[in-house]
Design a protein around this ligand. Structure first.
Ligand code: HEM
Ligand code: HEM
Length: 140
């Protein structure tokens, strides 16, 4: 059971990075001379799945911790970063959903969405390092 979350999360992070890669096609296409096709439908689909799996994975990690140690927070930095990521997941989903559901030309919302999501991906990558530390200290 303790291995489930660490085994699944790297794949979730790859999914998230793929959604970012699709989204960055949109960012790049805003620069003059850069011709990129933004695959709107694929980005929205992968983005939604990635965020839902990330949320489920974080809740799963906490549930395993509760089951095993009867408390959360033992992993310290890993736990703290996950708490920081939670509101960012909500912002990513909320801004993305609004842009998809009510389509129009925008500048601010894509910018907020992009900056939030690049930071979210950076934190997810950092969680690999803090997660491996947690694995070494608490599981192996
Ligand atoms: C519910 C999930 C998501 C939905 C519905 C969604 C939807 C969208 C839409 C509609 C756009 C185009 C906005 C426009 O230019 O008018 C966009 C852009 C973008 N998305 Fe998402 N997205 C989601 C999740 C994500 C995730 C998880 C990431 C990164 C990991 C991401 C990264 C980006 C980036 C970098 C852009 C380009 C912003 C720009 O420079 O214009 N999105 N998204
Ligand atoms: C390669 C990536 C990751 C690894 C190796 C990893 C590893 C771990 C380990 C070993 C635990 C202890 C409980 C258990 O074994 O299930 C844990 C707990 C946890 N993980 Fe991860 N994790 C990773 C990614 C993530 C990400 C991306 C998030 C957040 C979005 C996250 C959120 C959590 C939370 C909230 C807990 C409970 C922590 C606690 O109560 O102290 N993990 N993780």
């Amino acid at each position: 059971m303790l291995y489930l979350h660490p085994a699944i999360m790297p794949f979730v992070i790859l999914f998230l990075l793929y959604a970012l890669r699709l989204g960055l096609d949109r960012t790049l296409s805003r620069f003059p001379g850069r011709r990129r096709t933004f695959r709107w439908g694929s980005h929205v689909r992968y983005g939604r799945y990635a965020l839902l799996m990330l949320l489920a994975g974080a809740v799963g990690g906490a549930l395993v911790a509760l089951w095993r140690w009867e408390e959360v927070g033992n992993t310290e930095l890993h736990y703290t970063l996950a708490l920081v990521m939670l509101p960012m997941m909500v912002i990513a989903y909320g801004t993305g959903h609004i842009m998809d559901a009510y389509r129009r030309k925008r500048t601010l919302l894509p910018l907020v969405h992009m900056i939030n999501n690049i930071l979210l991906c950076a934190l997810a990558a950092a969680q690999v390092v803090t997660g491996i530390a947690a694995l070494q200290e608490w599981v192996l």
